[in-house]
Design a protein around this ligand. Structure first.
Ligand code: ADP
Ligand code: ZN
Length: 747
């Protein structure tokens, strides 16, 4: 094959016979696969989907390109079917996914699978009809009865009675066979399909921006026609969203699209409503709570340019948007923006790359920016726009540190908190008690022999769940009934040690019998619709005391809450993870941000066993900026991110030594592979293998190898040469391994 060009043989052959199609297939192998085209190769445009034989199965893949065959053509299989005439993914997204697969050293086929909605991944046609409403035509208006078709007549009259258009759902409520009844009506041109019309030019600002908001918006307005990154550092309730809306309005009126990436699906409904009302535009949503068709519709509306705004979680960053003019990443510090399994990409970082390539502005918003973003801003890569005051005139809550030790506490709650609760409740205001631990108690201990009920599969204690009478492992999900006697000595005096949401709920319900306590955690909101119900009761004030976990902390607005108690705030101070303190600070401020959102000022009591800890003091007394600056100094001294680049190779095995053996072998391989490369040798440190902070999880032993480098290039060069060995080494069959670039945590 080598010397073909120019040879007679080559010129005489049909080009197609020598050209193969490179296909990305969603399998855990880090390469693309070659196939022979079925028909003219020029139809195989990059970004089109194909169905191909793979082993004994048929799989859908994405065409990456075409090129000369590199192995004997007789060994190649033929594409079964070319599924698209035009690419489902434009060049811009192909480039983004390819880049991400390379950067995260992840199989390109799996990366594409993340980028495509599931229906496209399975091979459905990309044409899909948008749901419409139904309205009467002029002829329909004039028709009052339809002979021998009473069902049709009834439906016609139903549509007439609801003046304007009715939705499919309304039709279904009227007649569950509506879809067959409406067809002849449409055919006879008595009923027509209509789609909602949006006119962004009719959008009206709902608030007048204050000075700080106006400045932030102006900065973004000045930078609409090129890449520009604004870090919107604005306290909770400072009106960041109004700034996004103000800039989005201009972008949409110029005929362009806006992408908003959020960490949590729970935050979308509020934001969608605000965008729809403020901008009179078509807003589509993409998150894991949708069914396949809904996802496909939203994706399609963004990809064909009809949606003005797309609001979505992580994977929304891969959605084609032909007229993209602005990206917003809200709560940019949130760890959920990093995928924690499979294709471990960081959506914020990919959004930044996408904005840069598309030459458009991006806004990263947070009340507690990540140290990465603060560092980038300090280096001049982002412009920081501050919003330091609460927009609607509300005051920031007062933060007070209280002692959570010994005689000062009752059932985990400090006396000071309980006294304040009395006052606040008597005034008719709400209290929120935040503890990031669900269940009744984190530990069940035998009083006689002091042994603790542990999980059989993890190095972890079982959590007591009193309402269900079960012990549960919060790490692997294992559960069993709460025992009547100690498993070790058979004594029957078992005590609950420590507190969780259930215990606080029980205690406060007894202590404040005249007030309603509402618990909001994963257990109390498991059933569909329960979270919404609980949040409504929290918002309208029908519950007086809210007890909950992180679920309470994020984004929600509880106007009547004026007192917040944060229990066990210091767990993060001694966490084993390098981000633990940063996250603790962010969480405390998020929770605190729930207080005094309306006119009444709030108080936040942060209860800790180390109330004098210097970092906690700085956070409460001087605020997040100073706290973050001190943390940055610590990270620099300790040479942790964002001052070095990190990658983590994790492995787990059924046998105790399996994971470590595999990692030792990989470490040895790295040495032999990169021995000749002076840059890698001098820059990249390889630490470990060490066992994971929790070594045994779900019956597997876990270990990790850590890579650190002050510069990115040699680290990635080393990983690229290591990567193929990770999957082909004989020991790899005995372990599960994963490579995490820029890991969010070391757990
Ligand atoms: P953030 O996104 O920073 O938490 P929001 O944009 O949600 O803040 O604003 C908090 C509250 O203040 C909202 O109810 C919002 O409508 C209101 N608000 C924001 N900006 C203004 C303003 N300029 N004038 C009056 N109210 C405002
Ligand atoms: Zn377990």
């Amino acid at each position: 094959m080598q010397e073909k060009s120019g040879s007679l043989l080559f010129d005489e052959l049909d080009q197609d016979e020598l050209t193969i199609v490179k296909v990305a297939i969603a399998v855990p192998l880090s390469r693309s696969f070659d196939y022979l085209p079925d028909g003219p190769v020029k139809k195989y445009l990059p970004g089109c989907r194909v169905r191909v034989p793979f082993g004994r199965m048929q799989k859908v893949g994405v065409v990456l390109g075409t090129g000369p065959a590199t192995i004997e053509i007789s060994k190649l299989k033929k594409v079964t079917e070319l599924l698209d005439v035009s690419p489902v993914l434009p060049d811009e997204i192909l480039e983004l996914v390819n880049w991400a697969a390379a950067y995260y050293h992840h199989p390109v086929g799996e990366a594409f699978a993340t980028a495509l909605p599931i229906m496209l991944r399975k091979g459905s046609s990309k044409e899909i009809e948008r749901p419409c409403d139904y309205a009467l035509t002029d002829a329909g208006q004039a028709t009052l009865e339809i002979k021998r078709a009473p069902a049709q007549a009834a439906l016609l009259n139903f549509i007439r009675s609801s003046d304007g258009a009715v939705s499919a759902a309304e039709c279904r409520l009227f007649d569950d066979r509506w879809s067959t009844v409406i067809k002849p009506l449409i055919k006879k041109e008595l009923v027509k399909k209509v789609w909602p019309e949006y006119n962004p030019n009719e959008s009206t600002p709902v608030v007048t921006l204050n000075e700080e908001q106006r400045l932030a918006s102006e900065k973004l307005h000045e930078n609409l026609d090129h890449y520009y990154c604004a870090l919107i550092d604005g306290i909770t309730g400072s009106g960041k969203t109004e700034v996004y809306l103000d800039v989005a309005r201009t972008v949409i009126q110029a005929g362009k699209q806006v992408l908003v990436v959020l960490p949590e699906i729970g935050l979308t409904p509020q934001l969608v409503a605000r965008f729809r009302t403020a901008l009179a535009c078509q807003v589509e949503v993409l998150h894991s709570g949708l069914n396949d068709t809904e996802r496909m519709l939203a994706w399609h509306a963004a990809a064909d340019g009809s949606a003005h705004v797309l609001i979505g979680t992580r994977s929304a960053v891969f959605t084609p948007m032909p007229g993209l003019g602005l990206i917003v990443v809200d709560e940019e510090h949130d760890g959920s923006l990093k995928q924690q399994d499979g294709f471990r990409y960081q959506a914020r970082d990919l959004a930044l790359l996408r904005a840069r390539k598309a030459k458009i502005p991006i806004a990263l918003g947070s009340a507690t920016p990540s140290l990465e973003s603060l560092h980038n801003a300090q280096k001049g890569l982002y412009e920081t726009l501050y919003l330091r005051n609460r927009a609607a005139g509300a005051k920031l809550p007062k933060m007070i540190s209280v002692d959570g030790r010994g005689s000062e506490v009752d059932q985990g709650l400090s006396r000071r908190l309980l006294l304040l609760m009395d006052e606040v409740l008597a005034r008719g205001e709400q209290v929120m008690v935040f503890i990031n631990r669900r269940g009744y108690a984190p530990v069940l201990m035998c009083e006689a022999c002091k042994s603790i009920a542990d999980c059989d599969h993890c190095d972890a204690h079982m959590t007591v769940h009193a309402y269900s009478g079960r012990l549960r492992c919060h790490h692997c999900g294992a559960e069993r009934a709460v025992p009547l006697a100690c498993g070790a000595c058979e004594a029957t005096e078992l005590v609950n040690v420590g507190v969780g949401t259930e215990r606080i709920d029980e205690f406060l319900s007894e202590k404040f019998p005249d007030y309603k306590v509402l618990r909001i955690d994963r257990d109390s909101t498991r059933r569909k619709g329960e979270l919404q119900k609980h949040l409504a009761a929290a918002t309208d004030g029908s519950a007086n005391i809210l007890v909950g976990t992180q679920m309470l902390a994020k984004g929600h607005n509880f106007p009547l809450v004026t007192l917040v108690g944060v229990i066990d705030a210091d767990r993060g101070l001694f966490g084993s993870d390098f981000r633990a303190v940063e996250q603790m600070g962010q969480l405390i401020l998020q929770v605190a941000g729930r207080a005094g959102r309306a006119k009444k000022p709030g108080v936040v009591l942060v209860q800790s066993r180390n109330p004098d800890h210097p970092l906690l003091q700085v956070l409460l007394a001087e605020g997040y900026t100073e706290f973050a600056n001190q943390l940055l100094e610590e990270r620099q001294l300790a040479q942790w991110p964002p001052f070095v680049y990190v990658a983590l190779l994790r492995a787990e095995s059924v046998s105790k030594e399996g994971a470590k053996q595999y990692l030792s072998e990989m470490k040895r391989l790295i040495r032999s592979l990169t021995d000749a490369d002076a840059e890698i040798k001098s820059k990249v440190s390889v630490l470990g293998p060490a066992h994971a902070p929790m070594e045994r999880l779900a019956g597997r032993y876990r270990a990790q190898l850590l890579f650190l480098s002050p510069v990115r290039k040699p680290l990635h060069k080393m990983l690229a040469s290591l990567r193929p060995n990770l999957e082909i080494h004989p020991l790899s069959r005995k372990v599960r391994w994963s490579l995490d670039i820029d890991p969010h945590d070391m757990l």
